[in-house]
Design a protein around this ligand. Structure first.
Ligand code: PEP
Length: 251
C-alpha cells in the first residue's frame, strides 16, 4: 500500500517573517496528522529557518533544485550534500518552470535526479505536457520521453526511493485543473511505463498530481487509484488551504 504525499512548492516566495507565520501555522494545523506524508519545498535561503521550525513536527522539507555536480567551480549552484546539511528529505527535479524558463533539458533533469538520488535525497521529478502538446495528441509521448531520460541515466531501481509528479503545464498556476479522470489516465500511463521496467517498483512508486490543486478539488483527485497525493504551488502559501488539502487525503 502506497503512502500518500502532499508536497508544497513555495517557488520564489517568502520572507523570514512570512515563513515564520506559515511554518508555524502548518506545525499547528498538522499536529497529530498521519494520513499522508507532508513536505514543503522552500527557497534555499530559508532552509535553515525551515529546519529550525519544522524539526520534530510531522512536516518534512526539501529544496526546489539541485546541481548535478558534487562540488566545484559552479557559481550559484547548490549541491545535494549542501541540502543534506539542512536535513532536506526531498528535492524537486525538472519542474516545468525550470524546463521552460531556464532551458533545463530532459538530460539535465536526469543528471540532477542521479545526483540527488545517489546522495540519499528523494528526488521528485516533474513531468508534464504543454497545452499545445495535449491538443496535438502527444501527451503520452512527451511524458514517456521525459521519464525514459531519467530511467536510462538512473536505472529503474532509483525509482524505489523517488517520486514522480505529473504536472500538466497548462494547469500550473492557471487555476485550470486536470479533471480527476484526465489526471488518472496519465498517472496510469506513467505507472505502466515504470512497470515495463520493474513491476514491484511501479506498484510502490508515489505519483503526485500537480496543477492548481486546491482544497476544493483535492479529494476527488486524491481519490483516483493512481494519484498518490499532490504537488501544490500557490495553495501551499496559504496555511489553512494547504492544511485542508492535506486533510483531503483519506486515511
Ligand atoms: C507547482 O508549482 O508545482 C504547481 C503545481 O503550482 P500550482 O499549484 O500553483 O498550479
Amino acid at each position: 500500500m502506497r503512502r500518500k504525499l502532499v508536497a508544497g512548492n513555495w517557488k520564489m516566495h517568502g520572507s523570514l517573517e512570512a515563513n515564520q507565520q506559515l511554518l508555524g501555522a502548518l506545525v499547528e494545523g498538522l499536529r497529530g496528522y498521519d494520513a499522508a506524508d507532508v513536505a514543503v519545498c522552500v527557497p534555499a535561503p530559508y532552509l535553515a529557518q525551515t529546519r529550525s521550525m519544522l524539526s520534530g513536527s510531522n512536516v518534512a522539507w526539501g529544496a526546489q533544485n539541485v546541481s548535478k555536480h558534487a562540488s566545484g567551480a559552479y557559481t550559484g549552484e547548490i549541491s545535494a550534500s549542501m541540502l543534506l546539511d539542512f536535513d532536506c528529505r526531498y528535492v524537486l527535479i525538472g519542474h516545468s518552470e525550470r524546463r521552460a524558463l531556464y532551458g533545463e533539458s530532459d538530460h539535465a533533469a536526469a543528471a540532477k535526479f542521479v545526483a540527488a538520488s545517489q546522495a540519499g535525497l528523494v528526488p521528485v521529478v516533474c513531468v508534464g505536457e504543454t497545452l499545445s502538446e495535449r491538443e496535438t495528441g502527444v501527451t503520452e509521448a512527451v511524458i514517456a520521453r521525459q521519464i525514459e531520460a531519467v530511467l536510462s541515466l538512473a536505472g529503474v531501481a532509483a525509482f524505489s526511493n523517488a517520486v514522480i509528479a505529473y504536472e500538466p503545464v497548462w494547469a500550473i498556476g492557471t487555476g485550470r485543473t486536470a479533471t480527476p479522470e484526465q489526471a488518472q489516465q496519465v498517472h496510469a500511463f506513467i505507472r505502466g511505463l515504470i512497470r515495463q521496467h520493474d513491476a514491484a517498483v511501479a506498484e510502490g512508486l508515489v505519483i503526485l498530481y500537480g496543477g492548481s490543486v486546491k482544497a476544493a478539488n483535492a479529494a476527488s483527485l486524491f481519490g483516483q487509484p493512481d494519484i498518490d497525493g499532490g504537488l501544490v504551488g500557490g495553495a501551499s502559501l496559504v496555511a489553512d488551504e494547504f492544511v485542508a488539502i492535506c486533510k483531503a487525503v483519506k486515511s
